[in-house]
Design a protein around this ligand. Structure first.
Ligand code: GTP
Length: 355
């Protein structure tokens, strides 16, 4: 089977991490995020993937080449971002399958443990134009929701509302019949969520919902990105691409963790990073060459390449950009983001978005 992987978004919610690296390439449990998706797609029988690129397009081929995790890779780029539907249509130029064949579409920022083969089987059995993976969430008012009838056929694609009719939402993994992709207008900005799916339903086409409620995470925000990486390290979602065994922490080659430091909660310590004695790091992602000095505390945070945390500083739910420096004694909390290269001088000041 062939697949299209949507990776052209700007990842604005993950800035400043995505200034230098597109979201799908951010190191996640020790490898680029997409490695987990490529390995899962391969395990589900996908043999060839077309990358639909736009933002920082050249970085994807440099990262993965022509074959990775057992899958042949092809790259198609948009001159101007075409939105999710336009990107799928544009990437279809590089597909080799026939008009009735199923094509798997993956969003490049979803971690999911669902059974892709079962989704494809439902698609084939029902002869659907499109079959969507639907998951269930506690608070569907934060998402558009997707009701189905008793046979599992999608009846509507509803925008965000305070009173959703179902807690089932679009989980961002689709099986399209190839001919349904070819029907999307070419060279035009199109959203599958706002235009293609509602249009198919209105025209009477069969759109099926494959409901599965296992592990699912959209890693589009810093909080969700850290959670997803830690869940992989802890083994809450098994990934064939994870380097090493699941556990409390993943320490990559060349990292130094002092015996007097505590590192736990699924934290990744990147290559060449240092965690000094008396420091505590929990539920976080430390990229390569990060330094956490003695007595510092870091939790639920992402520290980008070369960032440094001074002695005794406290970071909780924080993002540090490349090379950012937090001087000794600072306390940063509540979703604060420090831009690349910024240096906060030694101080006892507390910064918090809650203040
Ligand atoms: P935010 O800017 O933080 O919302 O992130 P994003 O740019 O990734 O947007 P969003 O999360 O809505 O995108 C969902 C998926 O579609 C991601 O995998 C994106 O990479 C991809 N995507 C979004 N827009 C485009 C586009 O215009 N072209 C291509 N090729 N992919 C896109």
């Amino acid at each position: 089977m062939e697949a299209i992987l949507l990776v052209g978004g700007q990842g604005t919610r993950l800035r400043p991490l995505t200034i230098s690296t597109p979201k799908p390439l951010l190191p996640t449990a020790g490898v680029p995020f997409l490695a987990h998706q490529l390995a899962r797609a391969h395990a589900a029988g996908v043999e060839r993937i077309v990358f639909a690129t736009s933002y920082r397009a050249e970085m994807f081929e440099a990262a993965f080449g022509r074959r990775a995790h057992g899958v042949e890779l092809v790259y198609v780029s948009e001159e101007e971002p075409l939105g999710t539907g336009g990107a799928i249509r544009n990437a279809a130029r590089a597909l080799t399958c026939g008009p009735d064949d199923p094509v798997l579409i993956l969003n490049g920022d979803i971690l999911s443990g669902h059974d892709i083969r079962a989704q494809v089987e439902l698609h084939e059995k029902t002869g659907a134009a499109v079959t969507l993976h639907l998951t269930e969430v506690d608070d569907p008012s934060r998402f558009g929701c997707v009701p189905t009838d008793d046979e599992g056929r999608v009846t509507a694609f509803l925008e965000k509302t305070p009173n959703p009719v179902t807690n089932r939402i679009n989980a961002g993994c689709y099986v399209f019949r190839r001919s349904a992709i070819d029907a999307i207008p070419a060279d035009t900005v199109v959203s599958v969520e706002r235009e293609t799916f509602p249009g198919l339903i209105a025209s009477g086409a069969v759109v099926m919902g494959h409901v599965e409620t296992g592990y699912w995470m959209d890693v589009g925000t810093p909080q969700a990105f850290v959670r997803g990486s830690c869940d992989l390290v802890l083994g809450r979602l098994a990934s064939p691409a994870m380097p090493g065994e699941p556990g409390e922490r993943l320490v990559l080659d060349g990292a130094v963790v002092s015996p007097g430091a505590v590192v736990r909660g699924g934290t990744t310590v990147g290559r060449g990073a240092v965690v000094e004695a008396g420091a505590t790091v929990s539920g976080s992602v430390l990229l390569d060459e990060v330094v956490v000095a003695e007595g510092a505390t870091v939790c639920d945070s992402v520290l980008s390449r070369g960032a440094r945390v001074g002695p005794g500083a406290v970071l909780e739910g924080v993002v540090l950009g490349d090379g950012a420096v937090v001087g000794p004694g600072n306390e940063l909390r509540g979703g604060l983001r420090v831009w690349p290269g910024i240096e906060l001088p030694p101080t006892a000041v507390r910064f918090s978005t809650d203040a």
